[in-house]
Design a protein around this ligand. Structure first.
Ligand SMILES: Cc1cc2nc3c(=O)[nH]c(=O)nc-3n(C[C@H](O)[C@H](O)[C@H](O)COP(=O)(O)O)c2cc1C
Length: 390
C-alpha cells in the first residue's frame, strides 16, 4: 500500500480490508443517500477569500472547548459498534485523540467499556454520548459510571428515536448479535484479514450498555435488544432530568432547525451539534453546513456566545474545518474520517488521519492568512452560489 495522503486514501484502504457488511455499515446512509451526498457536496459551495502578505510564520490551530484547550476545533465524534472495524477500536480512537490533543466522544453503543477507554487514555478529554432507552435507569447508570471515570462532557443524541432505513444493512442481514449466513461466509472469505481478526477477538458486543443493564444471563443479547428500544417519549423537559445526573457541560446532538436550537438553549444546553447523523437517519434533510449560518445568526442575536455550536457531516479535509469555523462554529465532529483510519490500520491509521487533518487545517489557515483559529471569520469565505458536485 502506498502512503495514504488524505482521508479519502484511508477510505479506499478501509474499503479493501473490511468485509462488505462492515464497510456498508460504516459508509452507508439512509434510503436513497440524498442527504449523505448533500453533506459532502455542501463544503464545495463555499469558497475561500484569502489575504496575503501577512506574517504566517507562527500559526496555531488550538482552541478552547468548554474551558479546556484542544489542539484544534475538532472532536472525534461518537460512533457505535467500532469493534466491527478493528478489535478494541474505541480504546484506539481514544488513544489517538488524546495523543493528538483532541476530545473523544464515546458512543452509548460502544463495544468497549467506558472504564477501559479511560484506562487506555488516562489523560484524554473524554465525552460520553448518550442514547436514552425506555428503561431510564440504564442511562442514569451510564452517566454515573462516566462521571466516576472522569468523562468531562455529555452529548445527548436526539435524532435517533427510531433507526433510519438503511437498505444496505437489510440486504446484508446486518443485525446484532451477528448471525452467520451464507452471504456473510462468502463475504468473510473475500476479506480474510478482517475475518481472522473477528475470529480471534470474537464478534463485537455492546459491552458498555450490557454493563449498565446489570447482571443477567445472556447479557449481550439483551443489550443488543435494548439498544433498539429507545425512549420515544423523550422531550425537552427531560434535559432537566439529565441535568440532575450530570454536572458537566451538556451538548444536544442532532439539531436541524433554529427553533430546536433555541429550545435546547432554553432548556439549559451548553452546546448543540447541527447534525443529521451523517445522513444515516432522515433522508432528504439539508446538509448541516447549509443550516449553520442561519443557526449561528439566530443564536448570536439571542444568546451571544453562551451556546457552543458544533457541526458534523462530511468533514474529510482540514479546509472543511476552517470553513465551519469561519461560518461561526465552535468546532466540528469527525464521524467516518477517523473510522477509515482505524479500520485500515488500527491505532496507526487513526492517529495518521488526525495528523493529516491537523496539518491540512494549519496549512489552510496559513494560506488564508489566519494564524489563530479566532481570526477565521465570515470574511474568509463566500457562498459560491451553487452546490458543487463531485
Ligand atoms: C458507523 C457510524 C456509527 C455511528 N454511531 C453513532 C452513535 O452511536 N451515536 C451518535 O450520536 N452518532 C453516531 N453516528 C453519527 C456520527 O456521530 C456523526 O454524526 C456522523 O458520522 C457525521 O458525519 P460524517 O461521518 O460524514 O463525518 C455514527 C456514524 C457512523 C458513520
Amino acid at each position: 500500500m502506498t502512503t495514504p495522503a488524505s482521508v479519502d486514501d484511508y477510505r479506499s484502504a478501509a474499503r479493501c480490508r473490511l468485509s462488505r457488511l462492515a464497510f456498508d455499515y460504516l459508509e452507508g446512509g439512509a434510503e436513497d443517500g440524498l442527504t449523505l451526498k448533500r453533506n459532502r457536496d455542501a463544503w464545495g459551495a463555499w469558497c475561500f477569500r484569502p489575504r496575503v502578505m501577512t506574517d504566517v510564520s507562527e500559526c496555531s490551530t488550538a482552541t478552547t472547548l468548554f474551558g479546556r484547550t484542544a489542539a484544534a476545533p475538532m472532536v472525534v465524534g461518537p460512533t457505535g459498534l467500532n469493534g466491527l472495524f478493528w478489535p478494541h477500536a474505541d480504546e484506539l480512537l481514544a488513544q489517538a485523540a488524546a495523543a493528538a490533543g483532541l476530545p473523544f466522544a464515546l458512543s452509548t453503543a460502544s463495544t468497549s467499556l467506558l472504564e477501559d477507554v479511560r484506562a487506555a487514555a488516562p489523560h484524554g478529554d473524554l465525552w460520553l454520548q448518550l442514547y436514552v432507552q425506555q428503561n431510564r435507569a440504564i442511562a442514569e447508570d451510564m452517566m454515573r459510571r462516566a462521571s466516576d471515570a472522569g468523562f468531562s462532557t455529555l452529548m445527548l443524541t436526539v435524532d435517533t428515536p427510531v433507526h433510519g432505513n438503511r437498505d444496505h444493512d437489510v440486504r446484508n442481514g446486518f443485525k446484532l448479535p451477528l448471525r452467520l449466513s451464507g452471504r456473510l461466509v462468502a463475504d468473510c472469505v473475500r476479506h480474510p484479514g478482517w475475518t481472522w481478526q473477528m475470529v480471534r477477538h470474537g464478534s463485537p458486543q455492546l459491552k458498555n450498555l450490557a454493563r449498565s443493564v446489570g447482571e443477567r444471563a445472556n447479557l449481550n443479547r439483551h443489550a443488543a435488544m435494548l439498544s433498539r428500544q429507545m425512549d420515544l417519549t423523550l422531550g425537552w423537559r427531560d434535559l432537566d432530568w439529565i441535568r440532575r445526573h450530570w454536572r458537566g457541560p451538556v451538548i444536544v446532538k442532532g439539531i436541524q432547525t433554529v427553533d430546536d436550537a433555541r429550545l435546547a438553549r432554553e432548556h439549559g444546553a451548553d452546546g448543540i451539534v447541527v447534525s443529521n447523523h451523517g445522513g444515516r437517519q432522515l433522508d432528504g434533510a439539508f446538509a448541516p453546513l447549509e443550516l449553520l449560518p442561519m443557526v449561528i445568526d439566530a443564536m448570536m442575536d439571542e444568546v451571544g456566545d453562551a451556546l457552543a455550536v458544533f457541526i458534523d457531516g462530511g468533514v474529510r479535509r482540514g479546509a472543511h474545518v476552517a470553513k465551519a469555523i469561519a461560518l461561526g462554529a465552535s468546532g466540528v465532529l469527525l464521524g467516518r474520517a477517523p473510522l477509515y483510519g482505524v479500520a485500515a490500520r488500527g491505532l496507526h491509521g487513526a492517529s495518521h488521519v488526525l495528523e493529516i487533518l491537523l496539518k491540512e487545517l494549519r496549512t489552510t489557515q496559513q494560506l488564508l492568512g489566519c494564524v489563530q483559529v479566532a481570526q477565521l471569520g465570515r470574511h474568509c469565505v463566500e457562498f459560491a452560489g451553487t452546490i458543487v458536485r463531485d
